[in-house]
Design a protein around this ligand. Structure first.
Ligand code: CA
Length: 225
């Protein structure tokens, strides 16, 4: 896999390059935003790891420009703990995932593999995550052996989350995908639906699957059974 890393802090860039190369990735590094954008726009990378604060064009402008040109290369943002607004904006601009510094290289490698797998995935009719099964054709949902009855909106919301386990969706993105709004309805609509889903899906022997990411949104808890 060919990965572009756009990161101006030399130490982090070199740590990421070495770490990813040790895991078998091919890595190119750009140390400023303009070079990063030029490379990302010109070459077919499997994924781009993008720092937000960069000299020249910043990470969010790079992301915006790529998406405006309909370039769908998976993008993982590297953000500082304090960059909450940037993280939200990045997800809304079409970033596939983000990682907060400092991070373990193994985690970055796992996230890259996940976004690349999702980007190249063939359409499936049955989605599974842990003990959850979602049949997109019959619209049947099961938690273990127990059937779960969902309304059409609840189903769409669940489908969205379970298609990309581990990926964080902002409330805005969920609104857009489930209700088709391209504005922020300014209500707690999403929260209400997530609560309803949890009530139906979870139980004493079925621990919570949907995780709240404070100040950001929701995701399907990543990981195995
Ligand atoms: Ca930086």
């Amino acid at each position: 896999m060919n990965i572009l890393v756009v990161e101006d802090e030399k130490k982090i860039a070199s740590f990421v390059r070495k770490g990813l190369e040790a895991q078998g990735f091919r890595v190119e590094v750009a140390h400023d935003g303009d070079t990063g954008y030029t490379l990302a726009a010109a070459r077919p990378y499997d994924a781009v790891v993008l720092d937000i604060m960069l000299p020249g064009r910043d990470g969010l402008s790079i992301l915006r420009n790529l998406r405006e040109r309909r370039m769908t290369v998976p993008v993982i943002l590297l953000t500082a703990r304090s960059e909450l607004n940037e993280r939200l904006e990045g997800l809304n601009l079409g970033a596939d995932d983000y990682l907060t510094k400092p991070f373990f290289i193994e985690e970055l490698a796992a996230r890259i593999q996940a976004v690349v797998r999702r980007a190249s995935g063939t359409p499936q009719s049955i989605l599974t995550h842990r003990d959850l099964t979602v049949n997109l054709l019959t619209r049947e949902v099961k938690r273990g052996e127990r059937p779960v009855e969902l309304t059409s909106r609840e189903f769409t919301l669940l489908e969205q989350l379970v298609r990309s386990p581990g990926r964080v969706f902002t409330r805005m993105q969920i609104c857009e995908k489930v209700w088709g709004y391209d504005f922020d309805p300014g209500s707690n609509l999403v929260d209400v639906y997530v609560q309803r889903l949890r009530k139906k899906l979870d139980g004493p022997e079925a621990p919570g699957l949907i995780e709240t990411i404070r100040g950001v949104g929701y995701r399907m808890k990543p990981g195995g059974p």
